[in-house]
Design a protein around this ligand. Structure first.
Ligand SMILES: [Zn+2]
Length: 160
């Protein structure tokens, strides 16, 4: 048996705040505010926010953008030992990418009841066919992450 990795949770809130700051950048562009960072050895190596509309790119979810950024930064198509922080529970597309990237751990903030695939609409990372085990936990700064989304949608409704 391989030893389970030692998880350092002491900076989880700090990195989630960085992801929240990125989400806020997206909101300024009119994008649904979701932000993500990839952390390796305590350093942010990838950043992203949700930007499908401004980028004309349906795949430009925060996780996708941050993972691409990280892979370029470390010049590796795999990101072992890294932690992805994202303000919203990942969708099926991003969950697949997380496995392909060999990310060690995913930490998310708010739940995504409609499309979240980590715990809301299924438990993707527990699927037996996957050849890589991802550690995951939700609810880190969950209220703040959820509040940013609620406020965005409230403002958008108010504008119409
Ligand atoms: Zn996604």
């Amino acid at each position: 048996m391989r030893q389970p990795p030692i998880i350092d949770r002491s900076n989880d809130q700090y990195f989630m705040r960085e992801a929240l700051a990125l989400a806020a950048e997206g909101a300024l562009l009119g994008e649904v505010p979701v932000g993500a960072v990839v952390v390796q050895d305590g350093v942010i190596v990838g950043r992203g926010f949700n930007r499908p509309i401004s980028g004309n790119d349906p795949s430009a979810h925060a996780e996708m953008v941050a993972i691409r950024d990280a892979a370029q930064a470390v010049s590796n198509y795999r990101l072992p030992g890294t932690t992805l922080y994202v303000t919203l529970e990942p969708c099926s597309m991003c969950a697949g990418l997380i496995v392909h990237s060999r990310i060690m751990r995913v930490v998310y903030g708010a739940l995504e009841p409609k499309a979240g695939i980590v715990q809301s609409q299924g438990q993707f990372f527990a699927q037996g066919f996957l050849n890589h085990r991802v550690l995951y936990e939700g609810g880190v700064l969950g209220e703040e992450c959820g509040a940013m989304l609620s406020e965005f949608f409230r403002m958008r409704r108010a504008k119409v």
